[in-house]
Design a protein around this ligand. Structure first.
Ligand code: ATP
Ligand code: MG
Length: 302
């Protein structure tokens, strides 16, 4: 396990599995006896209750978050089952330990592309900040006169370079993704991202939700090379969801009442200058965030 204080230092020992990596939120395991992700036959992705904002892991975690986000991801993979994804069925002696069953996903190890495939349908967050300064979002020019929370004329693909643990992801141009992975893969990542977003946004809408933006990660199948949807999908960690009725009827900033960790981001922005160690989240912020996560999954999957 990682050193105390680092993400994953709380990763449980799991029978039959070896802990090999922890990101900010999830702990990765390979079958016992295998040495690492590079040669693994399967990967167990265990979502913790850790919460991150602005790429910092915060204290304390959000109770049941790991289970809620895992169930949401699995539900979305099922909805999107005509897109190749990384889920594996248990078998060949590989099983999911009971102690983490509700927050673990068994997946196929892929050669991951170092690109966060972000799709934005609305002007918000860092996109809104950039737009005010330059009229663009990630260098994509947009019409004048838009305001925070506005729907974009059409969804835009705004990739980011996946930073190493501890660094911050960096927005990059589409041309830069071509340099990183080649023209063919770059264009397929963009097209797939826009396709999955469009499908998911339509499904969310049926449930009275707006999918404002989201981030996907893809990898190549190690045998066939097929570009495969990986990581978590369309969770409240990787996406912004808003209530469609509130959006249509409230005005200004109030219309973007969200089901994600915006509560955490807002509290942190108001109480911290993003240098040094982030302050501990107060209990009411933790409880309200947990409540929003629960409400999202109920509304989507009911
Ligand atoms: P980082 O990758 O920089 O650690 P993170 O903090 O977002 O980012 P987590 O989301 O906590 O990391 O951990 C999940 C990790 O598992 C990510 O690095 C992701 O790229 C990786 N991953 C997801 N699906 C697969 C897969 N099928 N094969 C290999 N790696 C995967
Ligand atoms: Mg991640």
């Amino acid at each position: 396990a990682a050193a105390a204080g680092l993400p994953g230092s709380d990763a449980a020992a799991l029978p039959g599995w070896t802990h090999v990596y922890s990101g900010k939120v999830r702990d990765l395991y390979v079958p016992e006896g295998q040495t690492g992700l590079a040669d693994a036959t399967a990967v167990l992705v265990v979502a913790s209750d850790r919460v991150s904002a602005f790429d910092f892991v915060l204290e304390p975690g959000i109770p049941a978050k790991g289970a809620l986000l895992t169930q949401l991801s699995l539900w979305w993979f099922d909805q999107l089952d005509d897109f190749a994804n990384h889920l594996l069925e248990p078998g060949d002696g590989i099983t999911v330990p009971a102690s983490v069953r509700d927050r673990a996903m068994l997946v196929k190890p892929l050669d991951m592309f170092p690109i966060e495939c972000v799709v934005r349908g609305y002007l918000v967050g860092s996109g809104w900040v950039e737009y005010q300064a330059s009229g663009t979002v990630c260098d994509v020019p947009l019409p004048a006169g838009l305001t925070s929370g506005d729907r974009l004329p059409e969804p835009i693909y705004t990739p980011a370079f996946k930073a190493e643990l501890g660094d911050h992801d960096e927005n990059i141009s589409y041309e830069r993704t071509v340099e990183l992975v080649g023209e063919d893969v770059a264009s397929r990542l963009r097209d797939l991202s826009l396709d999955v977003y469009a499908r998911a946004a339509a499904i969310a809408e049926e449930h009275g939700l707006i999918l404002a933006d989201t981030k996907f990660e893809f990898g190549a199948d190690r045998t066939t090379g097929e570009i495969t949807l990986a990581d978590e999908v369309l969770t409240s960690d990787s996406s912004r969801y808003w209530d469609a009725t509130v959006y249509a009827t409230a005005d200004g900033g109030n219309r973007t009442e969200s089901f994600d960790k915006q509560i955490v981001r807002d509290w942190l922005s108001a109480h911290w200058d993003k240098t040094g160690t982030p302050p501990e989240l107060p209990a009411d912020v933790v409880e309200r965030t947990a409540g929003r996560y629960r409400e999202l999954i109920e509304r989507l999957t009911d």
